[in-house]
Design a protein around this ligand. Structure first.
Ligand code: NAP
Length: 498
């Protein structure tokens, strides 16, 4: 793998929220930890007029607000340049190319370029086409395109976007961000699975009864009402993050850890997803939208009263589903997934529930043995907990539940810069393993499109859950009809050692 950290990074949308909250602090952390060579430069692009000094100040401010005061900030921001540029205006790419070539020569960047599109998705195709037609991709080094979600709105729009970007970049040069793949414990899934003799032999339908993945937020849509109205939880969370986690949990061991091998095993999972369509959708998937409620002692409004949201909105702020993987390993094992806004607790967790033992020697009428659970805590706390049964001290062979926990130092904020830091670093090293391949995107849209087609045809009875709860009753019934229940996230905490 290429380890060349010398690069010109062009950030389109450099005055936006993502750049300020995630990208600049992440670049700074790489710089601070000596992961960036001195041969790097950043060109920020956005429409508003800013001088280089003003831009550098805004980069400093965003690093300070994220990470606090830092000594080497002046040195860091001296590598930053700004170009006021409307990405829809062909003429401005000429000036951008001139600036890029000058900076390349000054820092001896060997023609290595990363184009990071931190902008609204409607611009992705236009920018990629211009980068090629105006010569910005004519370089002697590597060229890479980093592209934010959402990658399309459905399979058709994703295909169109892919065609546009593929005219300028090959598949190997495209780094589609799924920031969940930058999260420490998401990356840990494959290590937990493939580096432990005690798990892999049990990781199949003979020993696992079901898997539950929850990603819940306390926040509502905040100022993102306009975007969310056209997206909803299905497209915003399930098509990408949730299905990526399913793929990592379900994939076969790759023959080695190269990007191609890991991606091809993930793609095989996507190919095995049972297609749910037509009336069946409502047997497998549940949608919800929050009504008013109380969160942390504060009254919060219903979704339909949020800014820029239709008063009659049919957009789901919650989705739960039963995903079946029709292959030899997983036949019959439901993967239950749920995600939503304005829920009781902010958490992302995976619960692997093992089957009951064949005979319970410790049966007591009022107390059944607990099934073994492996809980992977993704955020805000990071770690794993194994729930076992062991003898109650002093008792007469009474079994009780004990928990073995391991915790990483917790990171307490959603989408912490660390995830982006790892992904930016991977991109600079040319490691695309934790970015989504086109085939993964296409299969996941094909899966999700069948659900949205059905839901868009029928008006839902919204709102159907109160803010501050774990979603609508129908999401509980989805598991109850299979004889399961959602393990309460509040009972699954891991002690975080800091
Ligand atoms: P944002 O705050 O609205 O920023 C948009 C940026 O694009 C601004 O810098 C804006 O600056 C620039 N821009 C808009 N129109 C332009 C034009 N015609 N030419 C040049 N620049 C233009 O958006 P964001 O929240 O940063 O999100 C950016 C992307 O990241 C989106 O695809 C979003 O879905 C994705 N994303 C964001 C987050 C997040 O936490 N924010 C998380 C995951 C994914 P000017 O107004 O100065 O032009």
């Amino acid at each position: 793998m290429e380890q060349n950290m010398t690069s010109l990074i062009m950030i389109f949308g450099a005055t936006g929220d993502l750049a300020k909250r995630k990208l600049f602090p992440s670049l700074y952390r790489l710089f601070e930890r000596g992961k960036l060579s001195d041969q790097f430069a950043v060109v920020g692009v956005a429409r508003r007029p800013l001088s280089n000094d003003e831009f550098q100040q805004s980069v400093k401010d965003s690093v300070i607000s994220s990470l606090g005061e830092k000594n080497s900030l002046d040195q860091f921001v001296s590598h930053f340049y700004y170009q006021s540029h409307d990405v829809t205006d062909s003429n401005s790419y000429v000036a951008l190319k001139k600036l890029a070539d000058e900076i390349d020569a000054y820092y001896q960047l060997k023609g290595n370029r990363i184009f990071y599109l931190a902008m609204a998705p409607e611009f992705f195709g236009t920018i990629a086409l211009h980068l090629q037609s105006d010569g910005l991709t004519d370089v002697t080094g590597y060229k890479r395109l980093v592209i934010e979600k959402p990658f399309g709105h459905d399979l058709e729009s994703a295909k169109k976007l892919n065609q546009q970007i593929r005219t300028a970049f090959s598949e190997e040069e495209i780094y589609r961000i799924d920031h969940y793949l930058g999260k420490e414990m998401v990356r840990n899934i494959e290590v937990i699975r493939f580096a432990n003799a005690i798990f892999e032999p049990l990781w199949n339908n003979r020993y696992i009864s079901n898997i539950q993945i929850t990603s819940s937020e306390i926040l509502g849509v905040e100022e993102r009402g306009r975007y969310y109205e056209s997206s909803g939880a299905l497209r915003d969370m399930l098509q990408n993050h949730m299905l990526q986690i399913v793929a990592l949990l379900a994939m076969e061991p790759p023959i080695n850890l190269t990007t191609d091998e890991i991606r091809s095993e993930k793609v095989r999972v996507f190919r095995s997803l049972r297609t749910i369509k037509g009336e069946k959708v409502n047997d497998y998937f549940v949608r919800g939208q929050y009504g008013p409620g109380t969160i942390e002692d504060q009254q919060v409004p219903k979704y339909r009263d949020e800014p820029m949201v239709d008063k009659e909105s049919n957009t789901e702020t919650f989705v739960a589903g039963k995903v079946m993987i029709d292959n030899f390993r997983w036949a019959g094992v439901p993967f239950y997934i749920r995600t939503g806004k304005r829920m009781e607790k902010k958490t992302t967790k995976i619960v692997i529930q093992f089957k009951d033992i064949p005979m319970n020697l410790y049966y007591q009428p009022e107390k059944m043995l607990n099934p073994n659970l492996l809980v992977i805590h993704i955020q805000p706390e990071e770690g794993i907990t194994l729930h076992l049964n062991a003898k109650q001290a002093g008792g007469h062979l009474n079994a009780q539940e004990v928990k073995l926990s391991f915790s990483n130092t917790g990171t307490y904020t959603m989408n912490t810069p660390e995830g982006y830091e790892k992904l930016l670093y991977d991109c600079m090293r040319g490691d695309a393993t934790n970015f989504t391949h086109w085939d993964e995107v296409a299969y996941s849209w094909a899966f999700v499109d069948k659900i949205s087609e059905m839901w868009e045809k029928t008006k839902a009875d919204f709102p159907n859950y109160s803010a501050g709860t774990m979603g609508p009753e129908a999401a509980d019934q989805l598991l109850e009809k299979d004889g399961f229940f959602w393990w309460p996230v509040t009972d699954l905490e891991v002690d975080v050692c800091k």
